[in-house]
Design a protein around this ligand. Structure first.
Ligand code: ATP
Ligand code: FE
Length: 329
């Protein structure tokens, strides 16, 4: 099967061609416009998708060496995401499918983040445990098969990526702050202790972190002028350490609870170097087999949508032209 996949859930317009589960092309147009606003502006995001979608698909087809007539099915992200952004991808996919008289495949964005591991080798064997850490979600998922995914833990407030971004905002770092904190933290030491409430079980809570950072920085500012500027590296290392320690503690608990030792990382935050390193160390200590996708497949991308759609195509799971995007799934 040759599948054209579209992803437009947030601020990246992405198109990919996946043939028999193999990624032939994966093209993403990122929107620079949100940086100056310190976050994604939904209204601007949907307009940029509208401008980018056709050129992005054209490049994806060209790079794959495929013409529209070779495409067997069109896949798209139905949700979760920004409704105006999703709408652009869904409408494009519907129009393409209608014009070519080929089936439509809807994909759950979070399922796709997990299945990004199947975009290339090494692919985890089922069942495995996946920690999905992205801008909007933090989930512990038991993956029994491609389409049987059970969420056994989740954040009750902010996502891990959000925790990075909001903490960075407090420090005056540009959006998204995750990659910035990653870089700055590499030059510092985690000397500050930020409190992180634990909602118990396998759930996460990150909203208390911001308050803790704010209070600590206010206190330090009274003791030392220009505290943040002088200690930026250590502050970033401490924020990163607080987030990653929580993620790993829950991941270990989930592995013990489920008995699963094949452990995968998914979502944009898995780009974090310290998280990757500590997962590897913890994995070695515990005899885990760990899987971390290449960066290109960690953040939002259409390849993961195409890979997920391939599993659905094989089972003949299609949707009709009356399908509508869903901000929450
Ligand atoms: P969702 O999939 O939940 O809808 P999203 O798709 O917007 O959210 P992703 O693109 O998967 O999220 O990830 C973006 C998040 O990853 C941002 O919060 C960003 O700060 C964070 N991030 C990216 N790189 C790093 C890094 N190196 N270290 C920490 N966080 C990072
Ligand atoms: Fe995402």
């Amino acid at each position: 099967s040759t599948i054209l996949a579209i992803e437009s859930s947030c601020d990246d317009t992405s198109a990919a061609v996946v043939r028999d589960g193999r990624v032939l092309s994966n093209v993403t147009a990122s929107q620079g416009v949100h940086v100056e606003y310190g976050g994604v502006v939904p209204e601007y995001a949907s307009r940029a998708h509208q401008r980018n979608i056709v050129p992005t698909v054209e490049v994806a087809l060209r790079r794959a060496g495929v013409s529209g007539a070779d495409v067997d099915a069109v896949a798209f992200t139905r949700g979760p995401g920004l409704i105006g952004s999703l709408m652009v991808g869904v409408s494009f996919a519907k129009a393409f499918a209608l014009a070519r008289n080929i089936p439509l495949i809807e994909v759950d964005h979070m399922q796709a983040h997990v299945l990004a591991h199947f975009a290339e080798e090494p692919k985890p064997e089922f069942p495995f445990l996946c920690l999905t850490v992205s801008g909007g979600h933090t989930q512990l998922v038991v993956v029994r098969s491609a389409l049987e995914q059970e969420i056994i833990g989740r954040t009750i407030d902010d996502a891990a990526g959000e925790a990075f971004d909001k903490s960075g905002k407090l420090l005056g770092l540009p959006y998204p702050a995750g990659p910035e904190i990653d870089k700055l933290a590499a030059l510092g030491r985690p000397e500050l202790d930020f409190a992180q409430p634990d909602p118990g079980g396998l759930d996460f809570s990150f909203s208390g972190l911001k308050t803790s950072i704010l209070y600590t920085l206010q206190r330090k500012a009274r003791e030392e002028e220009d505290y943040v500027r002088n200690h930026l590296h250590d502050i970033c290392a401490s924020i990163q350490d607080a987030i990653i320690s929580t993620l790993l503690r829950k991941l270990i608990a989930a592995s013990e609870q489920t008995g699963l030792q094949r452990i995968a990382l998914a979502g944009g935050v898995s780009a974090n170097r310290e998280l990757r390193q500590r997962l590897e160390t913890t994995g070695t200590e515990r005899g885990w087999q760990t899987f971390v996708p290449r960066l290109e497949y960690c953040t939002d991308n259409a390849a993961m949508i195409g890979v997920t759609a391939t599993f659905k195509y094989e089972q003949g799971i299609f949707v009709g032209q009356d399908v509508a995007p869903a901000a929450r799934l």
